[in-house]
Write a protein that binds this ligand. Structure first.
Ligand code: HEM
Ligand SMILES: CC(C)=CCC/C(C)=C/CC/C(C)=C/COP(=O)(O)OP(=O)(O)O
Length: 301
């Protein structure tokens, strides 16, 4: 379904508006950033040689800054689109509480600062991956979102790089263990976002964004959720034969995965609507947290 529309500009900056700390925090998408940091910390704990406390601090600091910078630049580029969506219209830029220039410089500054922190404090491979993730999210995924629903698969690459960065912080190279963690995060993002795209399809259509339910339809989207959840479960099980985590993890990943697949399949019924999609999105978050707890608790290092 294509939608013709004209985008209103984000509100002009109110003269009296003073810059608030809370708005800078909002610009970093703090909840998503926190979760991304957890996946990076997980990658770091699982890789064979344990890193020093200083490397750990540098990775988490550098990761926090490079992800926050990417998110601020995403909000800068999407300020007019965000003004159209119920979910995003109260953000600092569309609401007129911050000037676009401030957001741009904030995003550029913290992205740049993060690079020497990662390169010197961690290692060159991890810094390079961070730059690749930041640039592909800001200059690849963000503009593509306005053109094609395929953007999701491009955006899932930067989203999957942080656990790999955690791994390379320890090993300095991308081997099978790091790539398995990358695969888990890559596949996890597809049902995570397609569930959101289902229960927010009207919001996305209003903003002119081409998400899968509005392009291929609801049924194809539900099928895609199941296929990618299947690939997610397979990649989580791969962790055991790779010797990264033990039987306790394997059992937990299997049970969590069966629940995910079962709930995704329940959605195939025509009557499963927004309520089901919203619950699948919430389960995706709980699933990832529990999976990483199981990984950390049963790590073989
Ligand atoms: C293609 C990749 C992704 C897309 C398109 C995406 C999109 C979104 C959207 C639109 C929301 C808001 C949901 C709502 O309230 O309606 C959201 C929430 C969330 N996402 Fe993702 N996400 C992606 C990847 C990730 C990754 C990699 C993580 C972390 C590992 C993550 C963690 C979260 C968390 C924790 C929330 C709930 C907190 C919040 O709404 O701020 N997401 N995601
Ligand atoms: C190391 C590094 C820089 C990693 C990048 C991590 C990162 C920012 C992951 C999130 C991936 C993603 C596509 C989120 C949704 O953005 P959206 O634009 O669809 O969300 P919105 O509509 O809420 O703005």
């Amino acid at each position: 379904m294509s939608t013709s529309f004209s985008l209103p500009e984000s509100k002009p900056l109110e003269a009296a508006a003073s810059l608030r700390f809370a708005d800078f925090v909002a610009l970093t998408k703090p909840r998503i950033t926190a979760m991304v940091i957890i996946t990076a910390a997980g990658g770091m704990c699982l890789a064979p040689p344990q890193v020093s406390a200083m490397t750990m601090v540098m990775l988490l600091l550098g990761m926090g800054l490079i992800v926050s910078g990417a998110n601020a630049l995403n909000m800068y580029i999407e300020r007019d689109i965000d003004a159209h969506m119920v979910r995003t219209r109260k953000r600092p830029l569309p609401a007129g509480r911050m000037s676009p220039k401030t957001a741009l410089w904030f995003g550029v500054a913290i992205s740049i600062i993060s690079v020497p922190i990662l390169a010197i404090g961690v290692n060159a491979t991890t810094a390079l991956l961070g730059v690749l993730a930041n640039v592909s999210y800001v200059l690849g995924y963000t503009p593509l979102k306005q053109r094609s629903h395929v953007a999701l698969f491009v955006g899932a690459v930067p989203g999957a790089i942080p656990p790999l960065m955690g791994w390379t912080a320890s090993t300095a190279h991308c081997d099978a263990g790091g790539l398995a963690l990358f695969a888990i995060l890559f596949f996890w993002q597809i049902p995570h976002f397609l569930a959101i795209a289902l229960f927010r399809k009207e919001d996305y259509a209003r903003a002119g964004l081409h998400v899968m339910p509005n392009v291929l339809g609801i049924s194809a989207t539900k099928q895609s959720i199941i296929t990618h959840t299947g690939a997610l479960v397979a990649s989580t099980l791969l962790i055991f034969p790779l010797g990264i985590a033990g039987r306790g993890y394997l059992l937990t990943a299997f049970v969590l995965g069966c629940v995910f697949l079962g709930w995704a399949s329940y959605g195939l019924r025509e009557s499963s609507g927004n309520k089901w999609a919203r619950s699948l999105f919430f389960y995706s978050i709980a699933y990832l947290v529990l999976l990483f707890i199981a990984l950390a608790a049963d790590a073989r290092v």
